[in-house]
Design a protein around this ligand. Structure first.
Ligand code: NOJ
Length: 532
């Protein structure tokens, strides 16, 4: 039984979930890569922040070409991260601390080392094994079956056997060649994933974050793309790889499986679609949550924050759901750096986090966000992200191991290995951002986040932040204002001038507020309204 935080049936609706990137959280065995035992040992830290649960990115067996998003065994634990026993201990320890555990599932593609893909390669053209993936003939040995470009920037087809003169088939991978896409029009794939879901749900995991949830189906016939290299909002966009109608049946089927458990196991989709389309995937009988994707890219602009948040909230409300808000994850530049870097970037990142924690719905915090970590400029020869290796941007800078201590030697408490021997090197200044440094410093970002989460919990408990209250969004003179019900108001000053603080009790601010009733630029506040 989970104490307190887990006791409501729909705990996930307004939960705060901490995203753990296990490679970079804590290394217990000194190999320079974080692991499950390291995470278990430091769970008290996560619990001390006051979150409701955590989402752990992939730890299943994998050649690690895409840092675990290339899974070769969906029901195992990669020895790099430990054993199944380590996972069971982690789950038990987390539950005993009242923390829910979500893990990642990557259903769009597996690893090219996966036994079913290996069997498909072996079986040859026309076989049932090949139909589990997208194998297609090309016109000759040189030209792929269509013109699609992968999300990592190169072509999305690779020859099954490049030197064969008889097998001229290619397989589809919308990410790297090491990540062949499953053919979701084959019922075998549905049955396979049903088992995977049940395996982890039976073990006691509380939910799954569904990788590339919008992408499983491709347009029938795999036609050429009109604009194969299109990039929309910083991401490759090909309508043939996204948002196909058949998705809904998959998530309905998964929801039925999730609902066999009490409380329901949560399905949180990585859904990279605009608000209206994303909301269709979280209708009452589909997934529980979709990440509010637009927010990980949105610039510092009150009008855009208002319109984006309002649209997301309204589209979700129309289907009886709430967004899963987040401004950071392991794929995007850290908020501090995105919002301008230095003290300004940090002020804005703190303000932005305070605001999303007050939005109606769930919120996700990426490890290190609570420390105000900036993006690291990882030395070029130390970068390992396949996106970078394929000529795109590098996501390594947001994945650098977490600094635990101020110790000048090694990896700041992450691992016992030398600083430049960890899987990504930690920069020399890393210790100043560390948990140890922030624990003892007044006004640290970590202390601020813990205070906000405690306050949020109280306001959930006393009904102030009840999800059925109406929400009013406003952007005026570079100031974003969000009012929930008649007792809770948030203000964020996003221009170069202070914002007037409305009358009421200042419950918390993301930075120092002035005595004269003004909120400085790049600062946000929560206000308790009275007598209304
Ligand atoms: C989204 C994951 O968050 C990212 O890290 C990964 O590279 C792609 N999906 C492919 O699985």
């Amino acid at each position: 039984m989970l104490p307190m935080v887990g006791s409501t049936r729909e705990w996930w609706r307004d939960a705060v979930v901490y995203q753990v990137y296990p490679r970079s959280f804590a290394d217990s065995d000194g190999d320079g890569v974080g692991d499950l035992a390291g995470l278990t040992a430091r769970l008290p830290y996560i619990a001390s922040l006051g979150v409701d649960g955590m989402w752990i990115t992939p730890f299943q067996p994998s050649p690690q070409i895409d840092q675990g998003y290339d899974v070769s065994d969906y029901c195992g634990v990669d020895p790099l991260f430990g054993t199944m026993h380590d996972f069971e201990q982690l789950l038990e320890a987390a539950h005993s601390m009242g923390l829910r555990v979500l893990m990642d599932i990557a259903p769009n593609h597996c690893s090219s080392e996966h036994p079913l893909f290996q069997a498909a390669l072996e079986a040859g053209p026309g076989s049932a094994e090949r139909d589990v993936f997208h194998f297609e003939d090309g016109p000759d040995g040189e030209t792929p079956p269509n013109n699609w470009v992968s999300s990592f920037g190169d072509r999305s087809w690779t020859r099954a056997h490049p030197s064969s003169e008889t097998d001229l088939q290619w397989y589809l991978h919308i990410f790297s060649p090491a990540q062949p896409d499953w053919n979701w029009r084959n019922p075998v794939v549905h049955d396979f994933f049903d088992e995977v879901l049940r395996f982890w749900f039976d073990k006691g995991v509380d939910g799954l974050r569904v990788d590339v949830a919008h992408g499983l189906f491709k347009t029938e016939g795999l036609p050429d793309a009109e604009n194969p290299g299109a990039v929309v909002k910083g991401l490759r966009f090909n309508p043939h790889m996204t948002d196909q109608e058949e998705l809904h049946d998959v998530y309905r089927r998964w929801r039925r499986i999730a609902d066999e458990y009490t409380p329901t196991r949560v399905l949180a989709g990585e859904v990279n679609l605009d608000a209206d389309r994303a909301a269709r995937l979280v209708r009452a009988d589909e997934m529980h949550q979709a990440f509010a994707y637009p927010f990980v890219k949105i610039p510092w602009d009150a009008e855009q924050w208002k319109s984006t948040a309002e649209r997301l909230a309204e589209a979700h409300a129309d289907v009886g759901a709430f967004p899963a808000w987040s401004i950071e994850n392991h794929d995007v530049v850290r908020a501090v750096t995105r919002y301008g870097g230095g003290p300004t970037g940090l002020s804005r990142a703190r303000a932005a986090l305070l605001i999303v924690l007050g939005f109606p719905g769930a919120a996700y915090i990426y490890q290190g966000q609570e420390l105000g970590l900036p993006e690291v400029d990882v030395p070029v020869d130390a970068r390992v992200d396949p996106m970078w290796l394929k000529g795109g941007v590098s996501r390594d800078g947001t994945r650098v191991p977490l600094p635990w201590t101020t110790a000048q030697e090694g990896t700041f408490g992450f691992s016992s290995i030398d600083a430049d021997a960890s899987w990504l090197p930690t920069p020399p200044s890393w210790g100043e951002h560390s948990i140890e440094a922030q624990r003892t410093s007044d006004g640290s970002t970590m202390g601020f986040v813990a205070r906000v989460l405690a306050l949020r919990k109280n306001l959930r408990a006393d009904g102030t932040l009840a999800l059925d209250k109406s929400v009013r969004w406003q952007a005026k003179d570079d100031v974003l204002t969000v009012e929930r019900g008649n007792r809770f108001l948030m203000v964020m000053a996003m221009g170069d001038h202070p914002a007037p603080l409305p009358a009421g009790e200042l419950m918390i601010a993301s930075g120092p507020s002035t005595a004269d009733g003004l909120l400085p630029p790049d600062t946000a506040a929560w206000i308790r309204l009275r007598g209304r």
